[in-house]
Ligand binder design. Structure first.
Ligand SMILES: Nc1nc2c(c(=O)[nH]1)N(C=O)[C@@H](CNc1ccc(C(=O)N[C@@H](CCC(=O)O)C(=O)O)cc1)CN2
Ligand SMILES: Nc1ncnc2c1ncn2[C@@H]1O[C@H](COP(=O)(O)OP(=O)(O)OP(=O)(O)O)[C@@H](O)[C@H]1O
Length: 220
């Protein structure tokens, strides 16, 4: 990245993001990391706000559209393990899809935060067990539920960009989880889900960001 000549003369723009080429993921420098973190924080707030403002009726239509499209893309359920999520902050509610998937022989699991700044684990979710409160009060299957490895990961996006990169809540959980699975030679199919307005040109991907395989984003 080149530095503008006027850096010492008061003409410096507040942020250098406009100079970044998202296609190039070089060695991260501190200044860039700070700018990206700041930009992501604001973008998350904007997108989560827009998502929470979607009216209930429109949301129900969009959730149904996402569910139908997932079924179409994924196909046969028999014996296949899909990771879902317990929706919060206006995320699409796919719990109905999860039970429909189980009803035709699919299996489901939910992500569990073991600790901050660490990969997630996935626990088997039959739909019959009593869920517990995990970190940030997110419902999770109890410790007695076996840890499993999903073949398909349905991941709620805060933002989704043209390079298939996902903006999440900022914990880095999915990136760490997918990196950990890859290190073991495991590559689940990762499908982002959300609403069409969550599509953005770029999240300014960093070396640790892992692109998703695809996304299903419903119009609202
Ligand atoms: N429904 C759902 N479940 C999920 C995820 C998700 O994106 N959606 N996750 C995907 O990763 C994991 C949880 N990730 C989360 C990451 C940050 C925050 C959060 O609210 N953080 C606080 C800051 C907390 C702190 O830094 O101490 C905040 O934003 O106010 C919540 C969940 C696992 N379960
Ligand atoms: N594989 C990894 N190893 C170590 N640190 C990582 C890894 N992936 C991400 N991080 C760290 O996690 C932090 C948050 O990452 P990022 O902004 O991509 O979160 P996010 O994808 O929006 O959140 P989430 O996946 O929890 O919804 C970053 O500061 C980054 O340093």
């Amino acid at each position: 990245m080149t530095k503008p000549d006027d850096e010492e003369s008061g003409g410096t723009p507040p942020c250098f993001l406009h100079e970044l080429d998202p296609a190039i993921s070089g060695i991260p420098d501190e200044e860039t990391e700070r700018d990206v973190a700041r930009w992501r924080k604001a973008e998350r707030a904007r997108l989560i706000g827009a998502r929470q403002a979607v009216p209930v009726a429109a949301r129900a239509v969009a959730d149904a559209a996402i569910a139908a499209e997932l079924t179409r893309r994924i196909g046969d359920a028999k014996g296949r393990m899909a990771a879902l999520y317990w929706p919060f902050k206006g995320e699409p509610d796919l719990r109905g899809w999860a039970s429909a998937w189980r009803a035709v022989g699919g299996r489901t699991c939910l992500p569990v935060v073991v600790q901050k700044a660490a990969p997630l684990i996935f626990r088997d979710w039959t739909g019959a067990e009593r869920l517990e409160r995990g970190v940030w009060n997110i419902p999770i299957p109890p410790e007695t539920a076996p840890e499993v490895v999903p073949e398909i990961v349905i991941s709620p996006v805060v933002g989704f960009d043209d390079g298939n990169y996902r903006l999440g809540y900022g914990g880095g959980f999915y990136d760490r989880t997918l990196a950990g699975l890859r290190a073991k030679g495991l590559r689940p199919r990762v499908i982002g889900v959300g609403f069409a307005f969550q599509r953005i040109p770029t999240i300014y991907p960093q070396p640790y960001d892992i692109a998703l395989d695809e996304a299903v984003l419903a119009e609202v």
